[in-house]
Write a protein that binds this ligand. Structure first.
Ligand SMILES: CC(C)(COP(=O)(O)OP(=O)(O)OC[C@H]1O[C@@H](n2cnc3c(N)ncnc32)[C@H](O)[C@@H]1OP(=O)(O)O)[C@@H](O)C(=O)NCCC(=O)NCCS
Length: 335
């Protein structure tokens, strides 16, 4: 087998798709879309901004059989993202490792100066075995957890003196527009805090938070927040005029694509909390909000190991048969 290696060219995707067949998982499907001609990043002729990227193809007698990409990341800019895929009949012959060595060489030129690589692989796949063999370390594990309806009792909210029974909690649970400045702020600080220790983003601007999590283009359909009790600046005897601050939020993106077809498809929900809460308060807020959003319909939550308030809730639910993991865990590896 005499393979040749060259830069990616327009049209390679068509040929590779035929040889590769269907992607082995959602990670592979996503990374395939990033394969395209190399570019030097920065502002393009059409005014758009792009990240630096190098993409290499391996050909066997002129036919593309494998490809790899390395690129700078906008959100998690402390590492470069890399991906390699090899046609099944060309695997275990060192093609993947060769492509990765070439990508590392290319990465020496990344303008950011960042050199460490990262990628996502599903546990138990060829990609995970490859990463392990190359000595990459697992920096995070991420699971999709489906929580079944009514798995948690509804929270009991205290009733104010001037409230009817059915209005208890009305100030504490609120629908919020996804464009809300308050929501944007809490989502951004939460995302930054749960990634700080293993894949830092640095502070996120409101524009970034909107474009990654909340704008229409993300699929965000609506949000519910759980608030703290409002407090009056003038003490308990004066009715507070403002709402309490957000303790936890849930953003819905409609039916989750990874769930099995059903008459009651689970909603894909991004669930987080105010980054400044104590661990105990965050856990309580998350419990109450999951109880509310998953009261009548199932929901799917993406739970990273770093999200203590969520892992502490879903692990006992899984053990009790009230929640289950969809598919394999995704490992975020770096090397
Ligand atoms: C992962 C992948 C790119 C590996 O490509 P490859 O050309 O077979 O890799 P190599 O031959 O260079 O393998 C290097 C080492 O990785 C390990 N390895 C690779 N695939 C493995 C598998 N399926 N099972 C166990 N070990 C594996 C082995 O230790 C191997 O060395 P060896 O063959 O001497 O034992 C290929 O299986 C693939 O395309 N998978 C789907 C795409 C994907 O998941 N990519 C993620 C990686 S970034």
């Amino acid at each position: 087998m005499a393979l040749e290696y060259r830069p990616w060219r327009e049209g390679d995707d068509q040929e590779l798709l035929q040889i590769w067949g269907d992607p082995e998982g959602s990670q592979n499907a996503w990374y395939r879309q990033t394969l395209e001609p190399s570019n030097d990043g920065g502002v393009q002729l059409d005014g758009s901004r792009r990240n630096w990227k190098r993409c290499i193809v391996a050909t066997d007698q002129g036919i593309p059989v494998a490809a790899g990409v390395v690129m700078e990341q906008s959100l998690h800019s402390a590492r470069l993202t890399a991906y390699v895929e090899v046609a099944k009949d060309h695997r275990r012959q060192g093609v993947g490792a060769t492509l990765l060595t070439m990508l590392r060489h290319e990465a020496e030129q990344a303008p950011s100066g960042v050199r460490e690589l990262t990628t996502k692989v599903d546990q138990g796949t060829s990609g995970a075995a490859f990463a392990e063999a190359l000595g990459w370390s697992v920096i995070q594990a991420s699971r999709l957890i489906q929580v079944e309806p009514a798995s948690l009792s509804l929270p009991r909210f205290p009733k104010r003196e001037d409230q009817a029974d059915e209005d208890a909690g009305a100030d504490l649970v609120q629908d919020l527009a996804t464009g809300s400045v308050e929501l944007t702020d809490v989502v951004g600080r939460w995302y930054e805090s749960v990634h700080r220790d293993w894949s830092p983003t640095g502070p996120l601007s409101p524009g970034m938070v909107q474009s990654y999590f909340l704008a229409d283009a993300t699929g965000a359909q609506g949000a519910i927040v759980l608030r703290a009790e409002p407090e009056s600046a003038f003490g308990g005897s004066v009715a507070p005029s403002r709402k309490g601050r957000i303790r936890a939020f849930a953003v819905s993106y409609g039916p989750h694509p990874a769930a099995a077809p059903s008459n009651d498809p689970p909603a894909d929900v991004l669930l987080g909390w105010e980054a400044g809460l104590s661990a105990e308060d965050a856990a309580a807020a998350v419990r109450d909000l999951v109880a509310l959003v998953a009261y009548q319909h199932p929901v799917v939550l993406e739970v990273d190991s770093s999200m203590a308030a969520l892992t502490g809730l879903v692990d006992p639910l899984i053990a009790a048969g009230k929640a289950r993991q969809l598919g394999a865990s995704t490992l975020i590896v770096a090397g």
